[in-house]
Design a protein around this ligand. Structure first.
Ligand SMILES: Nc1ncnc2c1ncn2[C@@H]1O[C@H](COP(=O)(O)OP(=O)(O)O)[C@@H](O)[C@H]1O
Ligand SMILES: O=P(O)(O)OC[C@H](O)CO
Length: 500
C-alpha cells in the first residue's frame, strides 16, 4: 500500500478489532481480540476498563503490523464503540474507579423508576430523544455517584472524569491529554440536548451530576489529538469518532433522508436517516444524532431489538437442534411454510417499539406435526417480523419515509434464507453490501473526511458514491396479502406474551 492509510478501531460489546483501510476505503488488514464479559450478579454486566485499553492498543498495533504499514503513514484513526457503556476514572492516574457498566446492565432500573415518579421522563425524552431506561449512561453514572463511597466528593473536586468507551479510549490513546467525545456518543448518555447540541443543565441539575465530569463534545470528523508516540511508534492523529450503530449507518452510506440500515448481530439496531429533522417518535423509537460534521447535525430514528442472532444461538446452545449458526437457514428451508408455528424470542423482554421488560418468550401454534425445522424457521422469521414492527413504527412516525430499501449487515446476513424472508416480511428490497465491516468502514470514513481524503456526506457525491457497493439484493417474492396475514399472526403472538 503505497499511499496513505486509514485505521479504524471498533471497540464492541463482545470483541475489539482494528481494521486498516487504504485511502479508497478497501480493507487491507484486521486484528481482533475477544472481550471477556463479567456478570457479577443477575442483571449486571461489566467490562474491565484495562482490557478495553490494552485490547485496543494490541489491535491497532496488530492491524498495522499485518498490513505492513508504519504508523507514520496513517492519515487518521477513527474510533467507534459499543455505546452507552459508562466509565468513571481518576484524572491524575487514568485508572477507572469501577468496572465499566455495560449498556446491557439493568442495575439502575430503580433510579429510572425514581425519575419517572418525579415526572422527569417527558423532559428527558424531549431533550435527549431517549426513554428513562437503564440502557443509557445517565442513570449508570448516578448509580456510581450514589453507591460507591467517596466518589461524589471526588467528583465535586473535579478529580474524576466520566466518559463512554470512546472518551476513555481517547484519554488513554492520547496519554491523558484529551477528554472529549463526539455528538453521537453524547446523544446516548441521556444528558445531552440533541437539538441544541450541548450538555443539558436542567437534566444535570435534576440528576445531581457535576458538569466538571463531562467531556467536551466535538464533531464526528474532527481533530481529537494524536496518539502517544510510545503506543504505535509515531504520533497518529485521531480524526473520527462515532457510536458503532451510527458508524455503521455511515459505513452503509445512508447519507440521504429516508435511507435506513439494520445491523443483525446478537441483537439488531435499525437506524433511519431523517435528515435535519429530529423527529419525536410517537411509537417509542429513539431519536438520536446520526452524525455531526462541520457543526451540522443529521438525525436518525432508531429501533433496538434485543434478540436477533441470539435466537440462533439459542437454537444451537439451548435446544441443540443445530450445530452451527449456518445450519439454521438449512433447517428452516425444510420446514412446512404453513405450519402456523410462531416464536416470540422475548428472552429478556421486548425492545422497540414495545419496551416490555416483563415479557418473556413463547412458541405458539404447535401441533403434532411441528418439529425442529418449524421451530428453526419460526426463530429466523421472528427476526424479520421484529424488523417489520420497527419499519412500521418508523413509517408512522415519519410519513416522508416512503418506500425504502433496507441496507443490512452483521453476522446474520450470512443467512440467505433469513435475508430472503426479511425482504418478504418487509415487502421491500434488502441490500447486503460488499464490505461487511460497515462499522469500521464508517469510522475510517470519518477519519478520511477529516484528513481531506474523502468527501463529506451530502456534498453531491452521496448517496453511496464514495464507498458503498452492493454484494447482493433480495427482492420480496411473497404477495403483499400473504405478508400482511403472516404479520397479523405474529402480532397476535406478541400480544399473548406482552405484560406491559
Ligand atoms: N449463517 C448464519 N445464519 C444465522 N445466524 C447467523 C449466521 N452466522 C452468524 N449468525 C448469528 O450472528 C450473530 C453474530 O453476529 P455478529 O455481527 O458477529 O454479532 P455481535 O457483533 O453482536 O457479536 C450470532 O448471534 C450468530 O448466531
Ligand atoms: O457492540 P455492539 O455491536 O453489540 O453494539 C452495541 C450498541 O452500540 C449498544 O447500543
Amino acid at each position: 500500500m503505497a499511499e496513505e492509510a486509514l485505521l479504524a478501531l471498533d471497540q464492541g460489546t463482545t470483541s475489539t478489532r482494528a481494521i486498516l483501510f487504504d485511502a479508497a476505503l478497501h480493507p487491507r488488514a484486521t486484528h481482533q481480540v475477544e472481550l471477556p464479559q463479567h456478570f457479577p450478579s443477575p442483571g449486571r454486566v461489566e467490562h474491565a476498563p484495562e482490557d478495553l485499553v490494552a485490547h485496543s492498543v494490541a489491535c491497532l498495533r496488530g492491524a498495522l503490523e499485518r498490513g505492513g504499514v508504519a504508523a507514520g503513514r496513517v492519515a487518521g484513526i477513527g474510533i467507534t464503540n459499543q455505546r452507552e457503556t459508562t466509565i468513571l476514572w481518576d484524572r491524575a492516574t487514568g485508572r477507572a474507579v469501577h468496572p465499566a457498566i455495560v449498556w446491557q446492565d439493568r442495575r439502575s432500573a430503580g433510579i429510572c423508576e425514581r425519575l419517572r415518579a418525579a415526572g422527569l421522563e417527558e423532559l428527558l425524552t424531549e431533550r435527549t430523544g431517549l426513554l428513562a431506561d437503564p440502557y443509557f449512561s445517565a442513570t449508570k453514572l448516578v448509580w456510581l455517584l450514589e453507591e460507591i463511597p467517596g466518589l461524589r466528593a471526588r467528583a465535586a473536586k473535579g478529580d474524576l472524569a466520566f466518559g463512554t468507551v470512546d472518551s476513555f479510549l481517547l484519554w488513554h490513546l492520547t496519554g491523558g491529554r484529551v477528554h472529549a467525545t463526539d455528538a453521537t456518543n453524547a446523544a446516548r448518555t441521556m444528558l445531552y440536548d440533541i437539538r441544541r447540541g450541548e450538555w443539558d443543565d436542567d437534566i444535570l441539575r435534576a440528576l445531581d451530576i457535576p458538569r466538571a465530569l463531562l467531556p467536551e463534545v466535538r464533531d464526528c470528523a474532527a481533530e481529537f489529538g494524536s496518539t502517544d508516540p510510545a503506543l504505535l511508534g509515531a504520533a497518529v492523529p485521531i480524526r473520527g469518532m462515532a457510536g458503532d450503530q451510527q458508524a455503521a449507518t455511515l459505513g452503509q452510506a445512508c447519507f440521504a433522508p429516508g435511507m435506513a440500515k439494520s445491523t443483525y448481530g446478537t441483537g439488531c439496531f435499525m437506524l433511519l436517516n431523517t435528515g435535519e429533522a429530529a423527529v419525536r417518535s410517537s411509537h417509542r423509537l429513539l431519536t438520536t444524532v446520526a452524525w455531526q460534521i462541520g457543526g451540522r447535525r443529521t438525525y436518525a430514528l432508531e429501533g433496538a431489538i434485543f434478540v436477533a442472532g441470539a435466537a440462533v444461538q439459542w437454537l444451537r446452545d439451548g435446544l441443540g437442534i443445530i450445530r452451527t449458526a449456518a445450519e439454521a437457514g438449512e433447517l428452516a428451508a425444510r420446514a412446512d411454510p404453513d405450519s402456523g408455528v410462531v416464536m416470540v424470542p422475548a428472552f429478556t423482554g421486548l425492545g422497540a417499539p414495545h419496551w416490555d421488560a416483563a415479557a418473556r418468550g413463547a412458541i405458539l401454534g404447535l401441533t403434532r406435526g411441528a418439529g425442529a425445522a418449524e421451530i428453526a424457521r419460526a426463530a429466523l422469521e421472528s427476526v424479520a417480523w421484529q424488523t417489520r414492527d420497527l419499519l412500521d413504527a418508523m413509517r408512522a412516525d415519519w410519513p416522508e419515509m416512503g418506500t425504502t430499501v433496507l441496507r443490512v449487515d452483521g453476522g446474520m446476513t450470512a443467512s440467505d434464507w433469513t435475508m430472503r424472508f426479511l425482504a418478504d416480511a418487509l415487502q421491500c428490497p434488502v441490500d447486503v453490501p460488499a464490505v461487511a465491516e460497515t462499522t469500521a468502514l464508517g469510522a475510517a470514513y470519518l477519519a478520511g473526511v477529516q484528513a481531506g481524503l474523502l468527501p463529506p456526506p451530502g456534498d453531491g457525491t452521496a448517496p453511496g458514491a464514495t464507498h458503498w457497493q452492493r454484494r447482493v439484493r433480495f427482492e420480496p417474492a411473497m404477495p403483499a396479502e400473504e405478508a400482511a396475514r403472516r404479520h397479523g399472526a405474529w402480532k397476535v403472538a406478541v400480544g399473548r406474551v406482552a405484560r406491559a
